[in-house]
Design a binder for this molecule. Structure first.
Ligand SMILES: [Mn+2]
Length: 465
């Protein structure tokens, strides 16, 4: 059977059950996938109950009710089919909608999974949408939720936009006026809510010298362009609101800045997905920020609040989620203080800190960059964080300053060499780089990076220590 046959079979299966339980993951993809399925099934007159889990394991399996309802696993299940079997679930009462590697067991569970068919840039919410649309064409109005799930699961990151079936889903939404697809938009987070200089300074993909990690620098850069970024009525404009011709001038100036530093410009542009029906200057306005809003609900163990927002609640649930999102920013400030208060360990050519599992790996690089400006700026900073979803791995981020890069220091080179020697993988830029390394080689990794940097400093000439 092909992928689309599996989609059709799943739709047929779903329409034959009066009651269903949806078991889904607590991240943006799981939350939006659950909302797609629950709404599509409700429209068929099928009663649904939803359960969210952080991951599917023996303990969380207890939340899966032992009743007559049909069980739909969304964004999980493919890799844990043995757990379903141990739970006593038969193949007639289960449908798995997933995009993770499948681990078959003795029971042949019905599954719609895009991964074995080579669709690697489609998330579970994307698959759920395709099934929902097969159930009834009118479910195409749920396309924005699928785009949020896809973007939330980083399906657009590598290619600077969605591709394949995920892009078709975005076009589905665009043809109904629900999504505005902006091609070659600025590849930057916060285009609907943040002042542009803040947006730019937080962005490190691509890392723009003088602008990334440097809010005053970004501000000066924009002022020099002489483009009005304030509106008499609206005040400071966000990127999304800046007129087309001004946006073009800003991106071409940013491209020049990258080229002047010998950096490529391909990652400066990305496709963005804006929801014109949502209120301006809110995180509901584009897929990336909407996904963060849902992720912060999950991180606060309130996935159903995100689910209500996906169903259109713009009152209580939205206010609660906004609160959780604000807290997410507070966590970054907290990390900064944690680094400064705990203190870093200084080696001859770098300073490092391990934050355990206190902070999400998505923010440690930002926090380290902010802390560096308050530490010895001539020594690169290295920060390590545990991976809760993979205890065998440690995520490493490094940051330095342009001054140090100017001496000939290249973090990308050091981190890539040290990580690959220890069975990890890393990359990035001279000024900012990251890696995943095996947990047991943390100490050796730090030692090797320090040694490689020492070589770089030596080559750059004496006196820079
Ligand atoms: Mn997913």
């Amino acid at each position: 059977m092909g992928f689309w046959e599996d989609v059709r079979a799943a739709a047929q299966e779903l329409s034959s059950h009066p009651d269903a339980t949806i078991i889904s993951h607590i991240d943006a993809d799981g939350i939006s996938g659950e909302a797609i399925l629950a709404q599509a099934l409700a429209r068929e007159g099928i009663r649904t109950t939803s359960v969210f889990v952080r991951q599917l394991e023996p303990l969380t399996m207890r939340q899966v009710p032992r009743d007559d309802s049909f069980k739909i696993f969304c964004d999980l299940g493919a890799g844990q089919q043995n757990l379903l079997e141990e739970h006593g679930l038969s193949n007639e009462e289960v449908l798995i909608i997933d995009h993770h590697v499948s681990q078959d067991c003795g029971t042949a569970y019905q599954q719609v999974n895009c991964l074995p068919y080579g669709h690697t840039k489609l998330s579970a919410a994307g698959v759920a949408y395709l099934v929902a649309r097969e159930l009834d064409a009118s479910n195409a109005d749920l396309a924005p939720l699928a785009v949020i799930g896809n973007v939330g699961d980083m399906m657009a990151r590598e290619d600077c936009g969605l591709i394949g079936p995920a892009r078709e889903i975005a076009r589905d939404g665009a043809s109904q006026g629900l999504i505005e697809i902006r091609e070659r938009d600025l590849n930057c987070y916060g285009i609907s809510t943040r002042p542009l200089h803040v947006c730019l300074s937080y962005n490190d993909d691509p890392f723009i010298p003088g602008i990334s990690n440097n809010a005053p620098g970004a501000m000066k850069f924009l002022q020099r362009l002489g483009i009005p970024l304030r509106d008499p009525v609206k005040g400071t404009l966000v990127w999304e609101e800046i007129p087309d011709e001004h946006r073009k001038r800003i991106t071409s100036a940013l491209a020049q800045q990258l080229l002047a530093h010998g950096e490529g410009i391909s990652r400066l542009f990305a496709e963005s997905y804006i929801f014109p029906g949502e209120p301006e200057r809110t995180p509901l306005r584009n897929a990336q920020e909407f996904a963060t809003l849902l992720n912060s609900c999950g991180r606060w163990s309130r996935p159903s609040v995100g689910g209500s927002i996906c169903r259109g609640d713009r009152g209580t649930a939205y206010r609660q989620a906004e609160h959780m999102l604000t807290n997410h920013r507070a966590v970054i400030r907290e990390l900064l203080l944690y680094i400064l208060e705990t203190g870093v360990t200084e080696l001859s050519h770098l300073q490092f800190i391990h934050v355990g599992d206190r902070y999400p790996d998505t923010i440690v690089g930002i926090g380290a960059g902010m802390a560096l400006s308050k530490l010895n700026m001539d020594k690169p900073i290295l920060i390590m964080v545990e991976q809760p979803q993979d205890p065998g791995l440690t995520k490493v981020s490094m940051r330095t300053t342009e001054r140090v890069v100017g001496w000939g220091i290249d973090l990308q080179q050091a981190i890539a060499e040290a990580s690959s020697a220890l069975g990890g993988a890393g990359g990035g830029h001279r000024i900012a780089a990251g890696a995943y390394i095996p947990r047991e080689s943390e100490q050796e990794f730090v030692r090797r990076v320090n040694e490689l940097l020492s070589g770089q400093y030596a080559e750059a000439g004496a006196g820079h220590r």
